[in-house]
Design a protein around this ligand. Structure first.
Ligand code: FES
Ligand code: FES
Length: 216
């Protein structure tokens, strides 16, 4: 457990450092590019899973199928692994961040069957059979989601750590409400903390995204 925590901390440190390195700037980060991932474990395709000792038959591991951004992944995972951990460390989808790892900050927010959830507070096992959407699944080729576009235009981020979570939380809002009031936008963001205090621009960006979406 200690080893896994250390690996995650190193992973987070890389994520925090790389936007400043120029190669992966803030705007690239908003697009959900996950190329900076440091994989602490390698995904094990089911067909290739070689099990020695405790394997899929063990009470501690399971074979699961996760459907993420329209792609199916069959994996052998420990039953205790969170969805956030598996997305990041097995599938290399590092857009969802791990801030608190205990359901307090919202940095890990993804959509599960269209609803925003804290991926750090859901076991990967529980997500089997659900449609999972992460920040990496929003853009269509070079075409950004209106929320991604608006966050850039309104400069709605500073360090960017909370940004994927903010976008996924408000994605659900705009899916069900194309013309939200400021109060409704604030409510949708209420489960997502921004330590940089970029809230005002985040609210403006969500309103701008709604406008962009309405214009098509
Ligand atoms: S990392 Fe999941 S809520 Fe903070
Ligand atoms: S932009 Fe830094 S935490 Fe929100």
């Amino acid at each position: 457990m200690k080893q896994e925590e250390t690996a995650l901390n190193e992973d987070e440190a890389k994520d925090a450092a790389e936007p400043e390195a120029g190669k992966f700037g803030r705007r690239t980060f908003v697009k959900g590019v996950a190329a900076s991932a440091v994989l602490t474990q390698v995904a094990i395709p089911w067909a290739e899973a070689e099990v020695v000792g405790s394997g899929p038959g063990s009470e501690h591991q399971s074979v699961i199928t996760l459907r993420v951004n329209g792609v199916q992944h069959r994996l052998v995972v420990e039953n205790r692994r969170t969805l956030a951990s598996v997305l990041r460390n097995e599938l290399g989808l590092t857009g969802a961040k791990i801030g608190c790892d205990r359901g307090q900050c919202g940095a890990c927010t993804v959509l599960l069957d269209g609803k925003p959830v804290y991926a750090c507070s859901n076991l990967a096992l529980w997500a089997e059979g659900s449609e999972i959407q992460t920040i990496e699944g929003l853009a269509s080729g070079d075409r950004l989601d209106p929320l991604q576009q608006a966050f850039i235009e309104m400069d709605a981020l500073q360090c960017g750590f909370c940004t994927p979570g903010q976008i996924m939380a408000t994605k659900e809002l705009l899916n069900r409400n194309p013309n939200p009031t400021e109060q409704e936008i604030r409510m949708a963001c209420s489960g997502n903390l921004c330590r940089c205090g970029a809230y005002m621009n985040i609210f403006k960006a969500v309103a701008q995204a709604a406008e962009l979406k309405r214009r098509g």
